[in-house]
Ligand binder design. Structure first.
Ligand code: SF4
Length: 193
């Protein structure tokens, strides 16, 4: 997976290459012009892992947070977190994206299940069956597969549900299993190229 730019993100979402946790976060960010703290952490580390460089990440979030958060306020209150995730602040550690297990166990998230700003999380865990059906239909997931995904999610097999959704959306099985959101993305990009 190579480097990507902020300008490519909308196309990647429209191309259905993001797992559900990240596509709903992208949409909610676009409509609310804000993410709560853990949502921003989860999403920016994912974008880093799929090849978005720091400067492009700052550009993207600054644009998305506007006009609700003016650029100077963004620079003061949010840029630090993004720079931190890229190892440019604080401990200067090269942080990795959150694993699915970490996202699933994220207590304060809700994966945009409620209205308003999003705070991260896995929709296969936090969405109602109805919300899940609606979200997957919007991604043109095959109807029969949607029923299987909802069953898996009800049985608390969230990562298996995500893998099945991949198959229902792309028409091809995801063979390796999904342990990190970037694995979903990489498999989807591989199919498309
Ligand atoms: Fe995201 Fe992982 Fe949940 Fe899939 S299983 S939606 S990649 S957290």
């Amino acid at each position: 997976v190579g480097e990507i730019s902020a300008g490519q993100l909308a196309g990647l979402v429209a191309g259905r290459h993001f797992p559900l946790c990240m596509s709903v976060m992208y949409e909610r960010l676009a409509s609310e012009h804000h993410l709560k703290h853990w949502g921003l952490q989860q999403f920016s580390l994912f974008l880093k892992s799929i090849g978005l460089p720091l400067e492009q990440a700052l550009l993207f979030f600054r644009q998305q947070f506007a006009p609700r958060t003016p650029g100077d306020k963004f620079n003061k209150e949010y840029a630090y977190n993004v720079r931190y995730n890229y190892g440019q602040e604080g401990k200067r550690q090269d942080w990795s994206e959150w694993s699915c297990v970490k996202i699933i166990n994220q207590e304060v998230g809700g994966a945009c299940a409620g209205a308003g700003e999003c705070n991260g999380g896995c929709p296969y865990k936090t969405y109602s069956a109805e919300q899940l059906r609606a979200a997957l239909s919007r991604l043109n997931c095959n109807d029969k597969v949607i029923r299987e995904v909802v069953d898996k999610a009800r049985g608390k097999h969230y990562q298996l549900a995500c893998g099945l959704a991949f198959e229902g959306i792309t028409g091809s099985p995801q063979e390796t299993g999904i342990n990190k959101p970037s694995e979903y993305y990489a498999s989807s990009i591989e199919l498309a190229t």
